[in-house]
Write a protein that binds this ligand. Sequence first.
Ligand code: G4P
Length: 525
Amino acid sequence: MAKLQEEIDKRRTFAVIAHPDGGKTTLTEKLLLFGGAIQVAGAVKSNKIKKSTTSDFMDIEKQRGISVATSVMGFEYKDYKVNILDTPGHKDFAEDTYRTLTAVDSVIVVIDVAKGVEEQTEKLVEVCRMRDTPVIVFINKMDREGKDGFDLLDEIEEKLKLRVCPLSWPIGMGQRFKGVYNIYEKKLNLFAPNTKYGNILEFDNIDNPELEKHIGETYAETLREEADLLDQVYPKFDHTAYGAGKLSPVFFGSAINNFGVKELLDCFVEIAPAPIQFKTEERVVEPTEGKFSGFVFKIHANMDPRHRDRIAFMRVCSGVFQRNTNYLHVRKNKKMKFSNPTTFMASKKELVEDAYPGDIVGLYDSGNFKIGDTLTEGEVLNFTGIPSFSPEMFKYIENADPMKSKQLAKGIRQLMDEGVAQLFTKASNNRKIIGTVGQLQFEVLQYRLEHEYTAKCRYEPVMLYKACWITSDDEEKLKEFHRKKANFMAKDKEGRDVYLAESRWMLETAQGDYPEIEFHFTSEF
Ligand code: G4P
């Protein structure tokens, strides 16, 4: 047991999130360099999906294939075992990212100093807030001209609804970037490109006239004034508030110059939460429980046509997962054991003998798993908090090859289990509607149906604004709603009732007309 506790305390499992181009890949890579997980810069780049809007989805799928190896990057730093869960950069795969966020204990959000808070970041942080995930903010690209630090903090508080607490503060920016004052460690870090991580000096009092020697009079004056203001306006760092997702430390730096990254990592391993408890429908599961439990948060198909298998990514939540041991697949009520589970140490995949809470294990799967599935030593547990989000784009899906309707049905079912898109079946006429958050998801689905299931599909337009799950304690009202909206009701793949709103106006009117009915925008309520 002592060993289990020790292993748990060492682990930091997190994701880096950003709007595309914010610097997520660059920062991840620098973190890996510090952890000795890679030797040269550029190693992670191959995983990056370029942001072209042309729908060259095959390329994207290939790259997704490559990214399996770097989906989880584990490394050791100081006495910690750090697991970074990678998230797809392309916004059309935001659903993958949402799900990955359910398997982490904390996140680092990267924000471009010039662009400030962008759309994708807002959405991702919203998902973090749903679970009170602790967030650290890294303001990147300080070597470029950008927004004023205070304005950025305001923007973060306003748009991301995070209470912030700066733990470092920039001195100048762009061409005039001098470095940062590390408030957390009371150090002055002078910007010096082409050094390992700048020039770090112990500096516990910025009123010390030595400061002028390093950054000049004007910057010294400004730093003192700004530090005063920070003191007055922002709360002091509070570990409990951060751990509860109520306070977000902010760091400034430049990932590409490896500047500010070491401070970030040093502080991160110290303050970020070790593996946390997870909720199940039945009870709360503590990581320290002796018996193993875990859930699947992502399924990755192998795009190599010679190897049809998939990899299910499982997060260990409690106890110790062991190779070649029988576990209960709760949904299927079936015993399963795994002879070649893998962990991910940077770009290498390695066979795993034991995995501890916070670790991610890759399980080869021939179609047994779907997202959210639970494995245990025998107890019936169903992890919660892996919701589907109300999709934003919709199309009817039709069979384009009548000889292959079985294959199509199977393909759709399996790919939905994998989380490629969401399926709704209209109550009035049984037509099937695919819902996604991005156009590319439609193309990936069509391509994979054809190549993996030899089925052909065709899409037809449908004008819909949102799909939301509805519930009510008032049976009569619910019946009335079903009657009135008969043409707009559907079932999701679990058979739950979904209202398909044609427009924002229709949705708002429905909400106004039926206060007894609850409209849910995620599948978990
Ligand atoms: P992403 O994964 O969030 O999409 O961002 P990524 O790290 O790929 O960074 C996006 C671009 O921003 C890259 O340039 C990268 O080099 C640059 N970048 C990252 N950090 C910094 C920084 O601290 N300062 C400056 N000035 N630039 C930074 P690119 O031209 O799109 O790609 P590349 O050709 O350099 O690979």
